[in-house]
Design a protein around this ligand. Structure first.
Ligand SMILES: NC(=O)c1ccc[n+]([C@@H]2O[C@H](COP(=O)([O-])OP(=O)(O)OC[C@H]3O[C@@H](n4cnc5c(N)ncnc54)[C@H](O)[C@@H]3O)[C@@H](O)[C@H]2O)c1
Length: 309
């Protein structure tokens, strides 16, 4: 395996791990050697993901609960420490939709979406960064710590029927930048993705997968970037928000067999057979007004295509 992806033995929390992107990201993290604490609402789906990871020779335990509850965050951290003795990676992914135009949205629809997405990201971030800060102070040097948050193009594009969701996802981008800036001294690297994937959440919008072809919108195209941002290579990537998907749409079809991160020359890896190429590009930078955190090795020109031919 590419050494930039080496996360063997690292301990990762993934929220919303029972379905869709969270499921694909959990399986990919486990394949890369991470030991997992899987969260979702109570139910069979998240246990099925843990069972699959175990059947494949990996390690995963379930800590179910509403991710916006403080007690769930405490349970996730405690489970990581009790089961594995450490925490290295948090992948905040859990989410819901309650779509409505802003002029017909109920306060309950607003509150639920803001709560699950934004408060859900805050709870784990708050507890994990406090833990890492303590660890850093005890060790006297920065620790290994990664946060991968899940924002959305809905916030970049101002998605019409999603004022609650777009606002929550904008908040997550801001939380990511703030966390990156305030916690980098402890070793924390915080980045976010704006994925595109065919899941239960987008089934109505995206329709069925192609019958006899690689699905460019399979969540498995997004998962490698999450593994990458959870890995050692993200030492030099902090406070970035990436649009990521498997190619397709707007004429950019996938290239067979590889997945690259344009703009990050060393970010190349092979995806499981059957999945084609993908795209990831930084879409949102720390605003100049807030000042910039120096990011070593980052190609600020941005959009160079580094996919392996
Ligand atoms: N699919 C896309 O194209 C797309 C685009 C942009 C952003 N996203 C984001 O990606 C993330 C994953 O979405 P998905 O498409 O895989 O959707 P999904 O519906 O397939 O999965 C979401 C998961 O989150 C879980 N969840 C919901 N509320 C929860 C709570 N309170 N506590 C714990 N778990 C909870 C669900 O049970 C489900 O397993 C979401 O944050 C979503 O907003 C998805």
């Amino acid at each position: 395996m590419d050494e930039t992806l080496a996360i063997a033995g690292r301990v990762a929390i993934v929220t919303g791990a029972g379905n869709g992107l969270g499921r694909a990201e959990s399986l990919a993290l486990a394949r890369a050697g991470a030991r997992l604490v899987l969260n979702d609402l109570p139910g069979d789906a998240v246990q099925a993901v843990a069972d699959q990871i175990a059947a494949d020779g990996g390690q995963a335990v379930v800590a179910a609960g509403d991710v916006a509850e403080w007690s769930t965050g405490e349970k996730l951290l405690a489970t990581a420490l009790e089961q594995y003795g450490r925490l290295d990676i948090v992948v905040n992914n859990a989410g819901v939709l309650r779509d409505r135009m802003v002029f017909t949205m109920s306060p309950e629809e607003w509150d639920l979406v803001i709560r699950v997405h934004l408060r859900g990201h805050f709870v784990t971030t708050r507890l994990a960064t406090a833990y890492w800060r303590e660890q850093r102070n005890a060790a006297g040097r920065p620790v290994y710590a990664r946060i991968v948050n899940t924002s959305s193009e809905a916030f970049l594009l101002g998605s019409l029927g999603q004022p609650n969701y777009a606002a929550a996802k904008a908040g997550i981008a801001a939380l990511t930048v703030t966390t990156a800036r305030s916690c980098s001294r402890y070793g924390v690297r915080a980045n976010a993705i704006c994925p595109r994937a065919r899941t239960a959440m987008t089934a109505e919008l995206m329709g069925p997968a192609p019958a006899d072809a690689v699905d460019p919108l399979a969540p498995e195209h997004v998962a490698p970037l999450v593994v990458y941002l959870a890995g050692p290579a993200a030492e030099t990537i902090n406070g970035e928000v990436f649009v990521v998907h498997g190619g397709g749409g707007r004429g950019d079809g996938p290239a067979a067999g590889t997945f690259g991160v344009p703009g990050f020359g060393h970010a190349r890896w092979h995806v499981d057979a059957g999945f084609g190429g993908g795209r990831a590009r930084p879409c949102f930078r720390r605003p100049g007004a807030l000042g910039r955190v120096p990011v070593r090795g980052h190609d600020r020109a941005g959009l160079r295509d580094d996919r392996v031919p």
